[in-house]
Design a protein around this ligand. Structure first.
Ligand code: ZN
Length: 426
C-alpha cells in the first residue's frame, strides 16, 4: 500500500509532515517526500491522519482477560489466593485460547502491534497470535513449590522444550518463545540456575517479575540475604537478554546491576497503582541507562490492555513524583511505549518508522474531538488521544483492524465464547 500526505511520528517523537509511506513485503519499502515508482494495490490519502509506530505491550498475561473485574479493591494476597489461583486451577487450553483472542482484539483496537506474555497453555496463546496476525514473545511461566523437584521434572520444562521445537520463529517470525521464571518467590536459586543454562543453550530470552512489592523485596533478603535482583544475578539469569517486570522496590545497587547487565525494565504503572504496590523510579532507571519499556500487566489487575491509558499514566506519574512537569516529555513516553518494547523483545527491526523496518504501525484519525486543535501533534497523541482515535492497526504490512472492523477475527464469536467459558468456570 502507499500512504500519501501523512504526518509520521517516529518512536522518539520527531514529526514529519506531508510524507509518503510505501509498504510492501511486510516492511516500510519507502519513506520520503516524493512518490515512488511502482504498482500499489491500495493508495490511501493520509491527510488529517497520523502514522505512529505500533505500541509494544512489554508485559502482560493475555488470557487473564477472563478475570477482568473478578476481584478488585482487595489486598494482593487475598486477590491471588482467593480469586486468581482457584480460577486458574480450572482453566484449560480452550479457555486460554478464547481469552487470548479477546485480549488480542482489545490490543489491536487500541494500537498495539506486539506484546510479551507470561502464562501457561502457551500453545493456545500461540494459536491465537498466529490466527490474529499480531506479534508476540510468548513466555512459558515457570514456578515450583515442590522442594523435591528440579527444573527438568516440571511440566513447564517439557512444554517449553516442545514450544521451542515447534514454534520458535513461527508465523514468519511473529511468534517467539521465551522462558519465564515467574519470580524469585515462586522458584528457587537452583531452578533459576537450570533455567539460565537452558535459555543459554536454546538462545532464548527471559521474562521475569522482579521486586514488584515491598514484601517480595524484604522476604527475599530474609530468605537469601540478598535482593531478588542479586538472586537472579547469582543464578546466571542476568547473563541472558532479560525483561524484568515492575522493579518497583529495587535498590540503587540493584539499579546499577540491571543497567550493567542491560536488563529491560517493563514498567506497569497502572497495575502497580491498582494493587497498591507503589511507583517504580523509572526516571532514575532511565538516567542510569536502563532500557525502560511499558506494559499493561494483565486485565485482572489493570483492568484493560489499552496502551494509550498506560503511556499517559506513566508520563503523568513521572512528573507528579518528581514534582517536575518537564520529566518524561511526550517523545520519551512514546519511545518507552514503542521502540523500547521492541528492543526488549529482541526485534531490532520493529518499533520505529524507518525504511526497511517491519511495517508495524497505527494510523490515527485527527478529525476527532480530542485531536482538535493541533498545536502539537505529539502531545495530542500522548495526552489526548485514545483507542477511539485508532483508524487502522497494521502488523508486518498486513491490516488487522480498520474503522472498527477486524480483518482476521470474528469478534462476536470471541465475545460469545469468552462468556461461555467464564460461565462454565464460575
Ligand atoms: Zn505480571
Amino acid at each position: 500500500m502507499l500512504i500519501k500526505n501523512i504526518t509520521v511520528i517516529r518512536a522518539d517523537g520527531t514529526c514529519f509532515e506531508n510524507m509518503t509511506v510505501g509498504v510492501s513485503g511486510g516492511t516500510f519499502s519507502y519513506i520520503g517526500r516524493s512518490v515512488p515508482e511502482g504498482e500499489w494495490k491500495e493508495t490511501i490519502d493520509g491527510s488529517q491522519k497520523l502514522l505512529i509506530p505500533g505500541f509494544v505491550n512489554a508485559h502482560t498475561h493475555v488470557p487473564m482477560t477472563l478475570m477482568r473485574g473478578y476481584g478488585d479493591d482487595m489486598p494482593l494476597d487475598r486477590w491471588l489466593y482467593d480469586r486468581v489461583f482457584p480460577f486458574e486451577d480450572k482453566l484449560d487450553g480452550d479457555d486460554v485460547y478464547w481469552g487470548s483472542l479477546l485480549g488480542i482484539a482489545e490490543m489491536l483496537a487500541s494500537g498495539t502491534t506486539s506484546f510479551s506474555d507470561m502464562y501457561y497453555f502457551c500453545e493456545s496463546i500461540i494459536k491465537a497470535v498466529t490466527e490474529s496476525g499480531i506479534k508476540a514473545n510468548i513466555g512459558r511461566g515457570i514456578s515450583c513449590f515442590d522442594h523435591t523437584k528440579k527444573f527438568r521434572d516440571l511440566p513447564a520444562y517439557n512444554e517449553l522444550t516442545y514450544l521451542i521445537d515447534s514454534f520458535q520463529g513461527a508465523a514468519d517470525g511473529r511468534v517467539r518463545v521465551d522462558a519465564a521464571p515467574h519470580s524469585e518467590y515462586t522458584t528457587r536459586p537452583d531452578i533459576l540456575a537450570d533455567i539460565a543454562d537452558f535459555a543459554a543453550e536454546h538462545d532464548i530470552n527471559i521474562q521475569v517479575h522482579l521486586s514488584e512489592t515491598q514484601k517480595e523485596q524484604l522476604e527475599s533478603t530474609g530468605r537469601h540475604g540478598k535482593t531478588p535482583a542479586s538472586v537472579m544475578l547469582d543464578a546466571g539469569i542476568l547473563e541472558l537478554p532479560v525483561t524484568a517486570a515492575h522493579c518497583v522496590w529495587i535498590t540503587d545497587s540493584d539499579m546499577e546491576l540491571l543497567a550493567e547487565k542491560k536488563v529491560t525494565v517493563a514498567h506497569c504503572p497502572q497495575s502497580n497503582l491498582k494493587l497498591g504496590s507503589g511507583i517504580a523510579r523509572i526516571q532514575k532507571m532511565r538516567h542510569s541507562g536502563i532500557n525502560v519499556a511499558l506494559g499493561t500487566d494483565s486485565a485482572a489487575s489493570n483492568n484493560n490492555l489499552d496502551m494509550f491509558q498506560e503511556v499517559k499514566a506513566a508520563a503523568l506519574l513521572a512528573k507528579g513524583v518528581s514534582l517536575n512537569p518537564c520529566e518524561m516529555p511526550a517523545g520519551d513516553a512514546l519511545y518507552m511505549a514503542t521502540r523500547a518494547g521492541a528492543l526488549s523483545q529482541e526485534r531490532d527491526d520493529s518499533g520505529d518508522i524507518i525504511q526497511g523496518n517491519r511495517a508495524d504501525f497505527v494510523i490515527l484519525n485527527t478529525r476527532q474531538p480530542a485531536m482538535i486543535p493541533c498545536h502539537n501533534v505529539l502531545s495530542n497523541v500522548i495526552y489526548a488521544a485514545g483507542a477511539g482515535d485508532v483508524e487502522m492497526t497494521v502488523v508486518d504490512g498486513r491490516v488487522l483492524y480498520r474503522n472498527g472492523v477486524y480483518t482476521t477475527l470474528d469478534i462476536e464469536r470471541i465475545m460469545y465464547e469468552v462468556n461461555r467459558c467464564v460461565n462454565a468456570l464460575i
